[in-house]
Design a protein around this ligand. Structure first.
Ligand code: GMT
Length: 377
């Protein structure tokens, strides 16, 4: 198949899922055309069968800061669909990708071309942004006009039906992981660089937005380090870093917290860690938690959205109500102080990550594509 993939190029979860999916599909012999504003962060463009097409948004003073991204995107979709003979288009994150895809599809229809559109809902495109009155009707319209719609968790599917009037069946295809990438490189030296041998490594990975409740991460760690010799590693960049940093200073734990920013060697850093914290306010799935579990790291998380579908309470970690920093710290301390339970949770976490292995999940997308093509024949 010739597959077009539209995604955000950033470190956000939807871009990562789209990129990993596209590269895997290329490995299975499909021709994959990525359409994005810049090269997606994890995309290996040297792979055969993988192509990148840049969306260029022409700026003009009249537009001020509101440049017409959707217009530029639908134009390039039309061009690529025609020049490359795409069989289908898979857009990740509804806003405004499903909307731009709809208009591209209409333009192509006038040229006698039928381009099936698959939309994957990732989370904030439904729960936070999509639900806003400024966007809701357009998001609802473009979901209803996609040929197929998928969501990354049962929880997100349920929320989509709750928030919008959807007349389509939404298929749940969970996020996935390449477990092969999470085999520890004993020579990487990460652990020693992050903390002295006697300290446990507590880790949080995110784009440090408000929804991630980074201050809860700090509060939980503050309580942990009083009981267990440990260090907090924060991976990622984002708007909440200043607030988090202020709290770290106030609590007097600056010397115990390290921010690595954006890193390329996340797998080895995770493989060298002991416990992952994900206290999010909203989280449709929690790909970051799955990555930690693939590295055999138990997770202390909130019960937001789809997290409980990934992190199993009392088995792979603990799941507590959003904002319950006391409870999260208590469970973390208990686990870190009980070596036997800790090893058991490590094994469970890895086993759970195996269920989400790409080998099990990517064929679900392939089947979906074939069923869509069969329908439009
Ligand atoms: O919140 C992020 O990290 C980015 C965001 C996105 O769409 O780029 O992530 C969402 O999609 C991820 C991949 O499907 C999910 O793992 C995240 O849970 C989801 N984030 C939220 O729902 C807040």
């Amino acid at each position: 198949m010739k597959i077009g993939i539209v995604c955000y190029p950033t470190y956000g979860g939807s871009g990562i899922v789209a990129t990993e999916l596209g590269m895997d599909l290329a490995g299975r012999g499909h021709e994959v055309h990525f359409i994005s504003t810049s090269l997606p962060a994890r995309l290996d463009i040297t792979l055969s069968n993988v192509f990148f097409h840049k969306v260029t948004v022409e700026t003009y003073p009249l537009f001020h800061q509101y440049q017409p991204y959707s217009l530029a995107l639908s134009t390039i979709i039309v061009n690529i669909a025609q020049s490359q003979g795409l069989d289908l288009l898979h857009v990740h994150y509804a806003i405004p990708h499903a909307y731009a895809a709809y208009f591209a599809k209409q333009m192509l229809k006038e040229k006698g071309i039928n381009l099936p559109v698959i939309t994957t809902l990732h989370g904030t495109d439904i729960t936070l942004v999509g639900n806003h009155p400024a966007y809701k009707p357009a998001v609802e319209f473009s979901i209803n006009h996609s040929d197929k719609v998928t969501s990354v968790s049962e929880s997100l599917k349920k929320e989509t039906y709750e928030f919008f009037t959807i007349d389509k069946e939404i298929e749940v295809i969970p996020n996935f992981i390449d477990n092969q990438q999470f085999i520890k490189d004993e020579n990487c030296g990460c652990r020693r660089q992050m903390a002295p041998d006697e300290e446990k490594i507590i880790i949080h990975v995110s784009n440090l937005r408000k929804v991630k409740r980074v201050e809860d991460v700090i509060q939980v760690f503050y309580r942990i380090q009083k009981e267990v010799s440990s260090r907090l590693i924060i991976v990622g960049e984002g708007p909440e870093w200043e607030n988090a940093n202020r709290l770290i200073d106030e609590l007097g734990i600056t010397h115990k917290v390290k921010n690595l920013g954006k890193i390329s060697d996340l797998q080895n850093v995770l493989c060298s860690s002991d416990l992952f914290l994900l206290p999010s306010e909203k989280e449709s799935f929690g790909l970051a938690a799955l990555e930690a579990m693939a590295a055999s790291v138990p997770v202390i998380s909130s019960n937001a959205g789809g997290i409980p579908e990934v992190n199993i309470d009392g088995e792979t970690g603990f799941v507590l109500p959003v904002g319950d920093v006391e409870g999260m710290a208590e469970k973390a301390i208990m686990l870190l102080k009980d070596p036997q339970k800790f090893q058991e949770f490590r094994r469970n976490a890895k086993q759970q990550a195996m269920k989400f292995d790409e080998k099990n999940i990517i064929p679900m997308y392939e089947e979906l594509y074939y069923s869509v093509l069969e329908k439009v024949k």
